[in-house]
Ligand binder design. Structure first.
Ligand SMILES: [Fe+2]
Length: 265
């Protein structure tokens, strides 16, 4: 079979049309549908930047872009059905996305191999840990890693922008409807101090969510992503929104030290 180039314009127009079907007169719904639509388009840009830094060829970049474009396709149905982005109280948005893709046959223009990579990368995009290299094929893992880094980069942008402007406009969906109390769960502090990625099922407060987002640093796959984290001052921007306690100062030093070591290596 002759492999032709992936037509990303076709997929973008499919996506736009699909998302428009979820637009609503209700400003709260509309805000969150647009939020995920815009997030998706930025993740496409991030993944291309990361892929270019790894010298991926043109068609590999197009496949990466297509995977990014569809990675959160389940978010729209999730919000319409449940009015939340919290998977724990609704359903797994990656699994829901795969169902949408299969039902609509949206990826039929990709080869079977490309479809299988896309399905797996999307299915893996929100798991706590990727499978071991011995248990999954290298291409699938590469695209999964690219997607996970690109996705995190944009979520950090979304949340840090939100934290800075929250006093002007609140969106409970971005806080996973968690209570905004001064408390945080010590397991998240412990995880960071031990370079562990936390389990999202342990989230109890809005501060916990911020700590979880800080811990994503331990799940970064590419040097370029670290560079962006530093340039965009992600750690500082999240830390300033947390209570001024000994624990928080400890994790701030720990995270900065971790990033500095990576930069030196
Ligand atoms: Fe995403």
């Amino acid at each position: 079979m002759i492999e032709t180039n992936i037509n990303t314009a076709f997929f973008h127009s499919w996506f736009r049309k699909y998302v428009k079907g979820f637009y609503s007169e209700d400003p709260k719904i509309q805000e969150n549908i647009r939020l995920k639509e815009e997030h998706t388009l930025r993740v496409c840009k991030e993944i291309i930047q990361l892929g270019k830094a790894l010298n991926l060829n043109k068609n590999a970049l197009r496949l990466a872009e297509t995977i990014a474009l569809f990675h959160d396709i389940g978010r729209f149905e999730q919000f319409r059905t449940y009015g939340t982005f919290n998977d724990k109280i609704s359903e797994n948005h990656a699994t829901l996305g795969l169902k949408v893709l299969k039902e609509t046959n949206a990826l039929s223009r990709l080869t079977k191999t490309q479809q299988s990579i896309a399905f797996k990368a999307i299915g893996y995009h929100n798991v706590r840990k990727l499978p071991d290299p011995a248990d999954e094929n290298p291409d699938c893992l590469l695209y999964s890693k690219l997607l996970r880094d690109a996705d995190k980069l944009d979520i950090w942008l979304v949340v840090t922008t939100y934290y800075a402007q929250r006093h002007k406009h609140r969106n409970p969906a971005l806080e996973l409807e968690l209570p905004d109390t001064p408390e945080y769960s010590l397991c998240f502090i412990e995880d960071i101090l031990n370079n562990r990625i936390s389990n999202s099922h342990a989230l109890k407060t809005y501060n916990d969510m911020k700590l979880l987002q800080l811990g994503w640093i331990f799940d970064i796959n590419f040097t370029r992503t670290f560079l962006y984290i530093q340039q965009r001052q992600i750690i500082e921007k999240i830390i300033t929104t947390l209570p001024d306690t000994e624990d928080i100062r400890k994790i701030q030093n720990h995270l900065n030290e971790y990033i500095r070591k990576i930069g030196d290596s």
